[in-house]
Design a protein around this ligand. Sequence first.
Ligand code: PMV
Length: 311
Amino acid sequence: MARAGGKVILFGEHGVVYGRPALAAGLSTVPTAELVSAPGLTTARLSVEPWGVTVDAIAPDASGHAPAAATNQLALAFGAIVAAYEQPLALHVKVKMELPSGAGLGGSAALSVAIVRAFDDALGIARSSSEAADIALRAERVFHGNPSGVDTAMAAAGGVAVYRKGQPLQTVVAKRRITLVVGHSGEPGMTKETVASVARQHAQKPEKVEQIFAGMEAIVNNGKSALERGDLVSLGQLMELNQKLLVTLVLSTPRLEEMCTAAVKAGALGSKLTGGGGGGCMIALVSDEDSGKAVQEALQKLGRDAFITMV
Ligand code: PMV
């Protein structure tokens, strides 16, 4: 049984696509992958529960791109992983997804890392977390277009870490336990679209967008030291600041805003969207589990799903 974890981005999403750092934390909810017996199979096959989906790998063409006629993203993403093995893989891998996909919680990256680990196990390949993340990144490119790599790195490594494109993960040791409430807006996350929208804004006004990213980088650095000091009040304030910067890039939605406001009203120290935005999830920092329950209830009163998680 191979595993990989989801993640929340505490600070720095989107800037991380442009080489800025992001601070992320692994979630304990994990997808699991296992190989099942498949006599007579001639190609690699993927089944995902509870989606009830089974696909056969579609190989990228010689240039490494998707064949023009191919439309099934999951089969293409899976094919990109299979192609990395450079050998025929007649294996059937079954993945159980506990994470919602398209929620900004790194579900697709965790799915891909779990598949890589299941194949590696079957083939007796020993690989470091960062090597597994590199292979999973090929699938993320199919799902997301231009991923920074933070989701796959976190899915493979877990814990709390600062990620910067092309660099090894920098582990952060938090002085105290951090309690978060994760709320789902019920709107699908739009990572591919929001990353493309930020790219357009960057192309039109590079200086303005880089200034916003510089602000986010300062928030990541301050957030790291607040975690190391165990300073929850500062962490909460930094979340609020980060959210304001994300709003200036038009990444939030009225529903996410309503949830963030309700969370703070119910006692959260700060809150923000997490991941790509345009829908998906928000996170709220709380001082303890009781306060977490009050925030969770406030979100549920708005009709939103919410769960409490520890970092
Ligand atoms: O929505 P998610 O969980 O895939 O997170 C995306 C994070 C971004 O910074 C917006 C994109 C990226 O590839 O880093």
